[in-house]
Ligand binder design. Structure first.
Ligand SMILES: Cc1ncc(COP(=O)(O)O)c(C=O)c1O
Length: 401
């Protein structure tokens, strides 16, 4: 076996892997057509034509709703905007919303922006999503909803969370930012809660630069989201009462035109990402000190390949592993993920008194985050470099146990 690059040997790859990129001529043509019309946004803040946005926005929303088999799809200019819109549309009195610490901070920030208190519950070590038992323990008289996160491209345990919510008269909101096309018990993630949705920022499987889509089967919630994203000043004839304060969270025509083309690519993109995850999983499963947990009932779309590493000793620990992989040329891996409750703002304003033991241990010690939408890895040579790097480093460790 050749010397590891971290110990002065030749790296397996000196060029960076090709960047993941789903934008092509289809998107370029779609943008050019919008430019030719001169209409870059056709929203109007008042009732009537334009309240629901322009031609491309409405076309994109119909395509999204068809694909995800849901009644309403509502585009927004970012998924952070989508989260704020969904929580605001619920119209809760001030209260608590239980969410996961293992997420991007926007999930919890949206709760704060909508005027509520985030309460963090621990995660399950297999799916890295909310542990329904801990969620139930965190319910108080002030709890209004559970904001579940389908992290890494997987899914929260929706049956259990929906049952806890039903028993306690709570709403369920789903942050499926990282999981477009993922499934739980054969249903699309994001669509199993009262309301949910996806991010279209430029890191994601498919994207519009910035953007997001809310999905729901609930007519009233959909109507309120449409109002909130478009200033909420319009009086729209509707069976629902709405006294809301709005934002400008509208998506433009260019982003919607790009989104239309991206959605057509989603199936093929997922096939590729799942293939890489399968190969990495098969390789990693040969080493007893590493694992990629497989949650039940979930069709994972591997935005991140979630890897758990048992530190071997003081030297062969997670930091060493990440440095060794980087030195061989694989730079889409890092140690830990997120403990939102530990961010200074949340510690100061919403301190969590008890440990979230699993989230904290995973973040500090065991979790290795493989960012699967960072490199293309679609050519055989790139895939073999990827697998050779992992194998070289893991063989080195295996010989020293
Ligand atoms: C789980 C999760 N929630 C929310 C967001 C925020 O989405 P956006 O960047 O589109 O505002 C992200 C973005 O990465 C995310 O991963």
């Amino acid at each position: 076996m050749s010397e590891l690059a971290i110990n002065g040997g030749e790296p397996i790859r000196s060029d960076e892997f090709t960047k993941y990129n789903t934008i092509g001529p289809e998107e370029k043509n779609a943008v050019a057509k919008v430019m030719d019309t001169g209409v870059l946004s056709a929203y109007f803040g008042k009732a009537g034509n334009g309240f629901l946005g322009g031609e491309k926005v409405q076309e994109f929303e119909r395509s999204w709703a068809d694909y995800f088999d849901i009644k309403h799809a509502i585009t927004v200019n970012s998924w952070t905007s989508g989260l704020v819109t969904m929580v605001s549309a619920m119209g809760f009195e001030d209260g608590e919303i239980i969410t996961s610490p293992w997420t991007m901070c926007a999930t919890a920030a949206a709760i704060v922006h909508a005027g509520h208190t985030p309460i963090f519950a621990d995660i399950d070590p297999i799916d890295f999503c909310l542990d329904p038992v801990d969620v139930e323990r965190k319910i108080t008289k002030k709890t209004r909803a559970i904001l579940a996160v389908d992290i890494h491209g997987g899914s929260a345990k929706m049956d259990e969370l929906l049952a806890v919510a039903k028993a306690n008269n709570l709403k369920v909101i789903s942050d499926a930012a990282q999981s477009p096309g993922g499934k739980y018990k054969n249903k699309y993630t994001g669509t199993l809660a009262d309301i949910g949705g996806f991010s279209l920022n430029y890191h994601k499987h498919i994207h519009t630069g910035e953007g997001g889509v809310i999905v729901t089967n609930d007519d009233e919630l959909a109507f309120k989201c449409q109002l909130i994203r478009n200033h909420a000043e319009a009086y729209i004839p509707s069976p629902f009462e709405a006294s809301l304060v709005g934002h400008n969270f509208r998506m433009g025509e260019i982003e919607a035109a790009i989104g239309n083309e991206q959605l057509k690519k989603l199936d093929s993109v997922l096939v590729e990402r799942k293939k890489i995850a399968k190969e990495v999983t098969e390789l990693v499963s040969k080493y007893q000190f590493m694992s990629i947990p497989m949650p039940q009932n979930v069709e994972h779309v591997y935005y991140v390949i979630p890897i758990v590493f048992s530190n071997i000793n003081k030297k062969l620990n997670r930091n060493w592993l990440i440095s060794a992989l980087h030195a061989e040329g694989l730079r889409n891996v890092y140690g830990g993920f997120a403990n939102v409750h530990k961010l200074p703002y949340f510690q100061k304003n919403f301190p969590t008194n008890e440990n979230l033991a699993i989230a904290e241990n995973m973040h500090q010690n065991e979790f290795v985050c493989f960012q699967n939408c960072m490199y293309a890895l679609d050519e055989t040579s790139q895939q073999s470099d990827l697998l050779n790097i992992i194998e070289k480093v893991l063989n080195y460790i295996a010989k020293r146990i």
